[in-house]
Design a binder for this molecule. Structure first.
Ligand code: PXG
Length: 290
């Protein structure tokens, strides 16, 4: 495995960053998780645009252009001879001192890791995911902007620990008002009487790239889709539920807090969305190139 750090591809064992990097010391940085399928990177530019938006929001200067980042990403995949896999793109605040001010970090660091992705077990894709509501709330936008894909994931990790310890596959996160925000690493959708619903981004969700793809698929297939604030009640009583994320892709959720959703199987509409998603990931995207 070769890892890109600031313009150089290092063998994995030599891919190291400074212990004074504020990405490590303070979680001060941003990232993207991107997939490539069949020799093409899925929605690469959407991910890069979100990375640049995250950088803007935290006042981080990415030390290269978007075009250079696109090329560095593709080159890292090529150098690892991968056809299908996952890219983790990080921009850290860079090396500074033991003080949290980023003013002492002269240059941000760019890290690109290309690897195989570990999927949920195939069984989960066939049977659906079991969820519990976490007591850890999604960070308030007044504290940590949920739209920023920052290296500060403790909020989600605390929720993930709760979900895992409850024996669930995923944790549902509510915002401070008690409305559904998203899951620990995925956006959530429900289906009721033929309409697809998802919480608005302002409810505390990340503006997921996969979430946006679901909007496109629904428009294309003529399925009504709406953003609406929802409570746990709306998930318990939905006909269907599914989750979306680069890692999870599109996956049915069949239970929340021991309430069976719909008939407890991946729903018909969910399966239509999944089928179209599979077609898109297999046939579109930025070619990795020779
Ligand atoms: N919400 C959150 C909080 C996320 O972290 C998504 C939604 C889905 O967004 P995309 O753009 O991927 O459709 C994410 C991203 C993991 C893992 O290992 C998952 C994500 C990020 C990093 C790691 O499961 N999901």
């Amino acid at each position: 495995m070769k890892v890109y750090i600031d313009g150089v591809l290092y063998p994995e064992a030599e891919a190291k960053i400074s212990v004074f990097d504020h990405g490590l010391l303070y979680g001060d940085g941003i990232f993207e998780g991107i997939r490539f399928y069949n020799g093409r990177v899925f929605r690469l530019d959407e991910h890069l645009e979100r990375l640049w938006d995250s950088a803007k929001a935290i006042r981080l200067t990415i030390p290269m252009t978007l075009e250079e980042m696109r090329e560095a990403t593709l080159e890292t995949i090529r150098q690892n001879n991968l056809h299908d896999g996952y890219i983790r793109l990080l921009v850290t605040r860079g090396k500074g001192n033991l003080g949290l001010s980023p003013d002492r970090c002269p240059k941000a660091s760019v890290i690109i890791i290309a690897d195989k992705i570990q999927l949920y077990p195939q069984e989960k894709y066939e049977k659906g995911m079991v969820m519990v509501t976490c007591s850890t709330r999604r960070a308030s936008p007044a504290a940590l902007l949920p739209a920023v894909k920052s290296l500060n994931y403790l909020n989600n990790i605390m929720a993930k620990i709760e979900a895992t310890h409850a024996g669930a596959d995923e944790g549902l996160m509510l915002n401070e008002q008690g409305y559904v925000a998203e899951c620990t690493g995925d956006n959530i959708f429900t289906v009721r009487r033929g309409t697809v619903y998802t919480p608005p981004v302002f409810a505390g969700a990340l503006c997921g790239v996969t979430r946006n793809v679901v909007f496109e698929i629904c428009h294309e297939l003529g399925i009504p889709i709406r953003e609406i604030e929802m409570t746990r009640y709306d998930v318990y009583t939905a006909d269907e539920c599914f989750l979306t994320g680069t890692a999870a892709e599109v996956i049915a959720a069949i239970e929340l807090d021991t309430r069976v959703i719909g008939d407890g199987k991946p729903g018909v509409l969910t399966q239509r969305v999944i089928a179209r998603f599979r077609e898109l990931v297999g046939s579109t995207g930025t070619p990795i190139g020779a």
